[in-house]
Design a protein around this ligand. Sequence first.
Ligand SMILES: Nc1ncnc2c1ncn2[C@@H]1O[C@H](COP(=O)(O)OP(=O)(O)OP(=O)(O)O)[C@@H](O)[C@H]1O
Length: 125
Amino acid sequence: MSFLKFSSGRVRAVGYAFKGMVALIRREPSVKVQVFLTVLVIAAGFYFEITATQWMFQLLAAGLVLSAEGLNSAVEAIADFIHPDYHLKIGHIKDIAAGAVFFAAIFSTIIGLIIYVPYILALFD
Ligand SMILES: Nc1ncnc2c1ncn2[C@@H]1O[C@H](COP(=O)(O)OP(=O)(O)OP(=O)(O)O)[C@@H](O)[C@H]1O
């Protein structure tokens, strides 16, 4: 395969991925909520002037939750497509996919608390 063909294939793949990211933000309510929360903590980061290390942890946590939420939406879409009717297995599959998001959300919340509780307490000093 020529380098040009390989490169154009990769560029096209990035285009599809970007299309998927836009679709997630526009169509998935849970992703919309996470995007809103991400914007909120970014604003908080600027307001409290958090450190570079804190920015890295915050952005990593936000990216992890958004990514997990997106994959959860994909699992839900596959489940609904292959079996639109009620089925215990489908319920279990959706529950564990949502559980994966919950893991990311719990640890991201803890990171958020570690970063912001000291700044918030300092406001009352
Ligand atoms: N086809 C099904 N068969 C059995 N249980 C289902 C089925 N669809 C949904 N459920 C149950 O309902 C829960 C919610 O499913 P749903 O597809 O509505 O996801 P959701 O959490 O509302 O999605 P979102 O993350 O977009 O808010 C699942 O976790 C599962 O327990």
